[in-house]
Write a protein that binds this ligand. Structure first.
Ligand code: MN
Ligand code: MN
Length: 289
């Protein structure tokens, strides 16, 4: 059966606490395309799971979730950025938590930029790549520049990258001057995920946290369905843990770079499950009265 909404997203906009939106845009992909098919594939796989979550006791059937569907087609990345910002702004304004399914990672900065000015927002940026280029192939809105754009919006102290293991010397030099924090995948392997996540979250002094998950943060042996696979990655359980720790302060979340045609569906299933993890962990921390 073909599902057009995220699982258990049966609430109206008015009653919803969580709002799912898809951005089927992958025009800044640099290696192999296909993330435009991510949102619908993640939705499709989300129906595989029981609505009841064993660990938290939260039943997603009782959580008010609304699915806005997919944003319409765009021209270039700048068009996409402007349209997405306008689409996501009302979600925050209504006190709801957006769960955004991409799309390449160029789709993340507008979702952060839509957050109300003056709000205390940090970003946990989970990615194999630093994405800290000023511009890439002539486009400052490329997916290779997304953490840089977010730092320009929030300030370097309010962004932490977790799981990075691929960076250019130029990005490192730039970051030396700008000062965005990062915890590498190699450090996670040495320190363990609990200490690493604690270290990353301690750096974010903000009231709320937006989680931007580039699925390529997870090792390609688990998440092959992505555009730029990078070995020596985090495990699905590592990322599940990081999401669970950040979720009490959750302001919003995105899952980007799922490119479903490069595997048999495992990556989409993992993405759907991690979106649900953010929701159930947030609800567990803030049970409805
Ligand atoms: Mn990325
Ligand atoms: Mn990446």
């Amino acid at each position: 059966m073909q599902h057009t909404t995220f699982a258990d997203a049966s609430a109206s906009w008015e009653e919803a606490k969580f709002v799912v939106a898809g951005i089927p845009f992958d025009r800044t992909t640099s290696f192999r395309p296909g993330a435009r098919f991510g949102p619908d594939s993640i939705r499709q796989h989300s129906w595989n799971f029981e609505s009841y979550d064993l660990e938290t006791g939260v039943d997603l059937a009782e959580v008010p979730i609304h699915d806005l569907g997919n944003a319409s087609e765009f021209g270039n990345a700048t068009d996409m950025v402007n349209a997405v910002r306008e689409e996501i702004r009302p979600v925050y304004a209504a006190g709801k938590i957006p769960i955004i399914l991409g799309g390449d990672h160029a789709c993340s900065p507008p979702c952060v930029e839509a957050y109300p000015d003056g709000g205390s927002l940090g970003v946990l940026y989970i990615d194999a790549h630093m994405d800290f280029r000023s511009s890439y192939l002539g486009d400052p809105r490329s997916h290779a520049c997304s953490s840089r754009r977010i730092v320009e919006k929030l300030g370097a102290r309010n962004v932490v990258v977790l799981g990075v293991r691929s960076v250019s010397r130029e990005e490192l030099d730039d970051n030396q001057a700008i000062g965005m924090s990062f915890v590498t995948a190699h450090e996670v392997a040495q320190e363990g995920i609990e200490a690493s996540v604690q270290r990353a979250l301690n750096m974010l002094k903000t009231d709320r946290i937006y989680i931007s998950l580039d699925i390529d943060a997870i090792d390609p042996s688990y998440a092959a369905g992505t555009g730029t696979p990078e070995p020596f990655g985090l495990t699905p359980r590592d990322v599940k843990y990081a999401i669970g720790q950040a979720a009490p302060r959750l302001a919003g979340m995105d899952i980007m770079e799922v490119s479903p045609h490069y595997d048999n569906g495992n990556t989409s299933a993992l993405a759907a499950r991690l979106a649900r993890e953010a929701i159930v962990r947030h609800v567990q921390a803030h049970p409805p009265r």
